[in-house]
Design a protein around this ligand. Structure first.
Ligand SMILES: *[C@@H]1O[C@H](CO)[C@@H](O)[C@H](O)[C@H]1NC(C)=O
Ligand SMILES: *[C@@H]1O[C@H](CO)[C@@H](O)[C@H](O)[C@H]1NC(C)=O
Ligand SMILES: *[C@@H]1O[C@H](CO)[C@@H](O)[C@H](O)[C@H]1NC(C)=O
Ligand SMILES: *[C@@H]1O[C@H](CO)[C@@H](O)[C@H](O)[C@H]1NC(C)=O
Length: 491
């Protein structure tokens, strides 16, 4: 029971924290259980990756053929074709991308872009045909734009362009082949044409990039499947907050049951996530996310298990039968001689997690119902014990895996109901503690120490992630490695 719950919890943290980076709501006043901070370091890194991606992509582009006419007054017009136009060199200056509080979004500027194009030209005028090659340098191209980040009605992050301005400097064209009387009018026409084309295309290109990003954001899910039983809702609870050196998101972070969703009887508590400028991003989770998961497991009846003697090690001094348990409950063997005993262990209420500096604590209100298994397979109820226990755990990241360990703090056993008369529970309490410490926790810790892999997508990898537990929340700081393929941005 505990093992699967811990695995769920570990997976949940990781899934929520990571997904939160990309997925983004409902009521405006909601307190977010998950917070994500994307720092300037992350923005600059993303910008560099994107710049390199653009540069590589530009070099692969073959521009479409261009056909046009040059009016020659009463001499009619000259038809021309530009074909095989390639970008031979692109001197892509480092663009600047900054958080902008004014537009509540991003400010991107690029100045001093120089591009060299090569291609073939061909003109046709009456019976005259001429052709050759050309190269052209376009200098000091610049574009300044601002994008607003918001939250749509579905709780997703949305981005829109608010301002864009483009400038083009000098165009330097060289034509090879052909005779000068053709080149003269053709050259100056072409220079002006190229300048107009570039000027006219810069802002629509920026618009396309923003639209492309917006489509990616729209395609993202605000509800993710955690496992077969649970889902986590991660819509933005409010508009993203743009600060001078960071971008903050608050996400709902509520886990619910797939089959029978129920509102948990507790609310998320607000917490303040400090900024860690040295990491590209920080994602934090309040105990609400874990506890909503815990509540959902409990409310869906998942937190129970049966224990019979086949699960007790042969070497154990105590076995699950009325004779062996007679050492603790003297009247039992007399009332039910030589019968196997089955225990139903379950959570009486939601196991609750809380976060404190350096430690996660868990309070588990449990119960044990004992039955004697009759020869005709009838289960005769014997007694019910309340088993209240508390645990402390620590979490850390090692080798890209989220690991943890758990120790028991406290365990109390009290008799809640009995059909066989009262008996003392001290010795049984001792036995329960020993069972917990020697039989339950070691295999659990063994599993937790192997950890769960921090999820990575094909394009996003966490680098040097650190996890820490603070008062009221647990956070993950990390750098990120983005791996964009050519064409990744296309759809
Ligand atoms: C442009 O690139 C294409 C495809 O790589 C090539 O076939 C063509 O010859 C190139 N044109 C020039 C003018 O270099
Ligand atoms: C099963 O056996 C027990 C004890 O012998 C008896 O009390 C009970 O009525 C039996 N139940 C059925 C369904 O036969
Ligand atoms: C066990 O009982 C003690 C004393 O009554 C109490 O302080 C402690 O909180 C209890 N532990 C749990 C886990 O309920
Ligand atoms: C339970 O264990 C404690 C210490 O381990 C011991 O002092 C106490 O006598 C034990 N109680 C019983 C009833 O066995």
């Amino acid at each position: 029971m505990k093992t699967s719950c811990c695995a769920v919890v570990a997976k949940m943290f990781v899934t929520a924290a990571l997904s939160a980076i990309f997925f983004f709501c409902t009521r405006a006043q909601e307190v977010p259980a998950v917070q994500v901070v994307f720092t300037d370091k992350g923005l600059q890194y993303a910008k560099n990756v994107f710049t390199n991606w653009i540069q590589d992509t530009l070099e692969l582009i073959t521009l479409p053929d261009v056909k046009g006419q040059i009016p020659l007054g009463f001499l009619g017009q000259m038809d021309y074709t530009l074909s095989g136009v390639n970008i031979s060199k692109c001197d892509f200056p480092d663009p600047s991308v900054q958080f902008s509080q004014e537009v509540s979004g991003l400010k991107t500027t690029m100045a001093g872009l120089n591009v060299a194009l090569t291609g073939d030209w061909r003109v046709h005028w009456g019976i005259l045909n001429a052709g050759g090659s050309f190269d052209v340098g376009v200098f000091q191209v610049g574009v300044a734009s601002e994008q607003h980040l918001g939250r749509d009605s579905g709780g997703r992050l949305c981005v829109s362009q608010v301002i864009c301005e483009a400038t083009t400097g000098q165009v330097d064209l060289r034509l090879h082949g052909g005779s000068s009387w053709i080149l003269q009018p053709f050259g100056s026409h072409l220079e002006a044409f190229i300048r107009r084309q570039i000027q006219a295309r810069l802002c629509p290109t920026m618009e396309d990039l923003v639209e492309n990003l917006e489509q990616h954001l729209q395609a993202m899910k605000v509800r993710l499947q955690v496992n077969q039983d649970l889902i986590v809702d991660l819509p933005l609870t409010s508009r993203p907050v743009v600060q001078a050196a960071s971008l903050r998101f608050g996400l709902k972070g509520e886990v619910s049951s797939v089959k029978e969703p129920k509102e948990p009887p507790f609310d998320p508590q607000p917490f303040v996530l400090p900024e860690h400028a040295q990491f590209m991003l920080t994602a934090a989770l309040s105990d609400f996310t874990l506890n909503s998961a815990s509540f959902s497991c409990w409310a869906a009846g998942l937190l129970h298990t049966f224990i019979d003697d086949s699960m007790v090690p042969a070497s154990s001094p105590v076995h699950l039968n009325t004779r062996s348990l007679g050492a603790f409950i003297p009247q039992l063997p007399g009332l039910f001689p030589d019968l196997p005993v089955v225990l139903k262990v379950h959570a009486r209420n939601t196991p609750m997690f809380s976060f404190h500096p350096g430690a996660v604590t868990l309070i588990l209100p449990g119960a044990i119902k004992a039955f004697a298994l009759q020869a005709n397979a009838t289960r005769t109820p014997l007694f019910k014990l309340h088993l209240d226990s508390s645990y402390k755990g620590s979490v850390w990241v090692d080798n890209g895996r989220l690991k943890s360990s758990v120790t028991m703090d406290n365990l109390n056993l009290t008799l809640a109901a009995t059909t066989i008369g009262p008996f003392k529970t001290d010795a049984l309490e001792n036995l329960s503690r020993m069972t917990m410490k020697m039989l339950v926790l070691p295999p659990l810790n063994d599993r937790l120490s192997r950890g769960v892999i921090l999820p990575q997508s094909r394009q996003v990898h966490l680098v040097q992630a650190v996890v820490s537990v603070e008062e009221g929340f647990m956070d993950l700081h990390s750098d990120v490695e983005l791996r964009l393929n050519h064409g990744t941005m296309e759809h």
